[in-house]
Design a protein. Structure first.
Length: 238
């Protein structure tokens, strides 16, 4: 009897392009998802069941080109396969649809509020996040959740995502030495996770404070010893 495996006829991730080769016209399209990925690595240091792709092709049909979000999050998948990492994200291999897709709007409109939004809804992405840094009157951050195959806009900043157990939002900060509005992950109390730079700076400040406290305690001990000696008491015998 012939055993037929339909997946064996489909191309593998190694055989497919990793993106659509469309150049970004706004550096934020790389930096913002890159920051979110770095923050996840700090928030989930022990977890190996997630993957965050940046400008990576998601293949859902072997006869169609991939859809390429600026960033996307998948849960319940291997964080990495080996040292060569993922060349692309292929649904018939991963068997997990990403739970969140992110688009950062550039000066060249790419259908983030129309065609891409409709495509993510059709594919079944639970969350669709759009950030438009150029908006002045409308909200720059929009977080949509798929309800009955239709995206519903969620108000707030940050917005809590219970299926991910994280919130997502925007506020001013500094990343890679650039002070501006960035996108962050937040805990349930609404506190954002620190960037690698901020975490390092905080650790340095705490180490410096601990050093100063130790020096102060040592100085106090020395002054006490001097005072005891002035009274004719040997502090080493106490």
């Amino acid at each position: 009897m012939l055993n037929y495996d339909p997946l064996a006829c489909l191309p593998s991730s190694e055989e497919l392009p990793d993106s659509d080769d469309t150049p970004v016209d706004n550096e934020l399209q790389d930096l913002i998802p890159g920051l979110l990925k770095a923050l996840l690595a700090m928030a989930w240091p022990e977890r190996m069941d997630w993957f965050f792709g940046v400008d990576m092709g998601i293949y859902y049909d072997s006869d169609l080109p991939p859809i390429v979000p600026d960033g996307f999050l998948s849960l319940g998948v291997e964080r990495f396969y080996d040292e060569n990492l993922r060349p692309s994200y292929v649904l018939w291999e991963e068997k997990k649809l990403p739970i969140l897709a992110l688009e950062v709007v550039s000066k060249t409109y790419r259908g983030e509020y129309s065609t891409k939004k409709a495509e993510y809804a059709r594919l079944g992405f639970l969350y669709y996040v759009v950030y438009n840094p150029f908006r002045r009157r409308k909200p720059r951050l929009e977080v949509y959740k798929l309800v009955n195959n239709v995206y519903e806009l969620h108000d707030g900043n940050p917005v809590w995502l219970p299926e991910i157990s994280l919130g997502i939002g925007i506020e001013r900060g500094t990343y890679l030495g650039i002070p501006r509005e960035w996108m962050y992950w937040y805990n349930q109390q609404g506190q954002r996770f620190l960037t690698p730079e901020e975490d390092k700076k905080l650790a340095q400040q705490e180490a410096q404070q601990a050093k100063q406290e130790a020096q102060l305690a040592q100085r106090r001990t020395q002054l006490l010893a001097e005072r005891l000696r002035s009274l004719g008491i040997d502090p080493d015998l106490i």
